[in-house]
Design a binder for this molecule. Structure first.
Ligand code: FAD
Length: 414
């Protein structure tokens, strides 16, 4: 993972540590390979129970199985809880058995049979927190939250996104105060090139476990219950959360979900291999200002709007460069704050018309797409300041300006 996400993780741990301290408890961060960490600490600290988030990603499934074996060997109980998703994907898949592949419509139908997701498990009491305080105060210093220097990453993050539950809850509250906005939210009408996010911007907080998706789900349900009308899935806010669940469900049932080869839902396409073009796309040097501005925002901030993701994903794959979605997915995995095994791969397959959606001729134009919502090109001027003096009529295609106009704008197009 890239430095931005490391920073986001450290900030999130720091915030968790501060919040636990206020409750009379504290957080001990142990670094290392999980098996040896457990072997070293189980007896030393007399640990009787290990809890973890249930996950559908193969790496974590394997980790859970290994920890269970270790529990049998060393004599501790393992409690794996569903926290990262709204539903247990196994239950959805059981109800779908016999009729794969799962479509979003059918998925919603199955959810209607299951009813609302379970509410969060339970709240801990003040005594619970106080009991979770190590008797030796020296431990807290020994097992402190690592600093960027410990991880050999730059000391400061250039990203405006700050990790942690406190920040995540603030963002949540800010959005939920505008109940009209929440009730009428229609994803395709949100703007990919606004200077501040036009959607909730909560994905990094869900992804890092700072914010509970169930809290969000139920807060939305309460607002919908009070509204005369509200938008519906797939375009509503709750619909967005359900897309997340949809990709988790399909990923948990699909072998090799993050690959083309050996992936039963993915079209097998002979993509080009072109390291130079891939590098130019990744480093914001394609020459298309709209595409390069988005990739610059991604590199500097770690978050881009969903439709901006559409634009650059289509450009890399079926739209222009004909390079495999797997390459794009890897770049997103490194650079996104919200990088997620299932959602990332699922959306890349969608955008490249490899799975779920196959109208591969429905292409986003790298010039006109951005122009629709930002004709003056403010977004491009912000992220590609080299172009900031171009007149608006050229900002999306500066190569059409005359040499004289390019000179006046202080940037000659090569
Ligand atoms: P909002 O519109 O406010 O939605 C609220 C929440 O719903 C999001 O925080 C997110 O958890 C969920 N959500 C929204 N859209 C989707 C979607 N299409 N699929 C699944 N869940 C969704 N999202 C990730 O969280 N991690 C990824 O790695 C990721 N990779 C993507 C790759 C590509 C090529 C594309 C096209 C999309 C990807 N997305 C990914 C989905 C989506 O773009 C982001 O979740 C969304 O833009 C986050 O912004 P938000 O929190 O403001 O979303």
């Amino acid at each position: 993972i890239g430095a931005l996400r490391w920073h986001f993780l450290l900030q999130s741990l720091d915030d968790l540590q501060k919040n636990l301290c206020q409750l009379g408890s504290c957080l001990l961060v142990i670094q290392g390979e999980y098996e040896s960490v457990l072997r070293d600490h189980i007896q030393k600290w007399n640990i009787t129970q290990v809890t973890l988030d249930a996950e559908m990603e193969p790496f974590y499934k394997e980790m859970e199985a290994n920890i269970r074996h270790l529990g049998e060997e060393l004599g501790f109980e393992v409690l794996s809880l569903l926290g990262h998703s709204l539903y247990d994907t196994k239950r959805i898949l059981d109800l779908n058995s016999g009729t794969p592949p799962l479509t979003y419509k059918r998925f919603l139908h199955i959810l209607s049979l299951l009813g609302d997701p379970e509410v969060p498990v339970r709240n801990l009491s003040a005594e619970d927190f106080q009991r979770c305080r190590p008797r030796d105060p020296g431990l807290a210093e020994c097992y402190r939250v690592p600093l960027p220097v410990d991880l050999k990453i730059p000391p400061e993050s250039p990203s405006p996104w700050r990790g942690g539950e406190t920040e995540g809850l603030q963002r949540l509250e800010q959005h939920l105060t505008d109940q009209g906005w929440v009730a009428s939210f229609t994803k395709p009408r949100t703007i990919p090139n606004s200077l501040l996010p036009s959607t909730t911007g909560l994905s990094p907080y869900f992804s890092m476990g700072c914010l509970s998706v169930r809290t969000f789900f139920y807060r939305l349900s309460n607002i919908y219950a009070q509204a005369k009308h509200h938008s519906l899935p797939p375009v509503s806010l709750q619909g967005q959360l359900l897309w997340r669940e949809f990709f988790y469900t399909v990923a948990s049932a699909t072998p090799n979900f993050t690959k083309m080869a050996g992936n039963p839902i993915c079209l097998q396409i002979s993509w080009y291999e072109d390291a130079e073009r891939l590098h130019k796309w990744k480093t914001a040097q394609t020459g298309f200002p709209w595409i390069d501005a988005i990739m610059t925002q991604l590199r500097q901030e770690g978050w881009i709007h969903h439709l901006a993701r559409h634009a650059v994903a289509c450009f890399l794959t079926r739209g222009d460069l004909w390079i495999s979605w797997e390459e794009g997915m890897k770049v997103f995995e490194e650079l996104l704050l919200d990088a997620d095994y299932s959602i990332n791969a699922g959306n890349w397959m969608w955008l490249s018309a490899s799975a779920f959606f196959h109208q591969y001729t429905r292409i986003f134009c790298p010039v006109r797409f951005g122009k629709r919502t930002d004709p003056e090109g403010q977004y491009i001027r912000k992220y590609l300041p080299i172009l900031k003096n171009f007149p608006s009529k050229y900002i999306y295609e500066p190569w059409t300006a005359s040499e004289e106009e390019q000179k006046q704008a202080g940037c000659i197009i090569g």
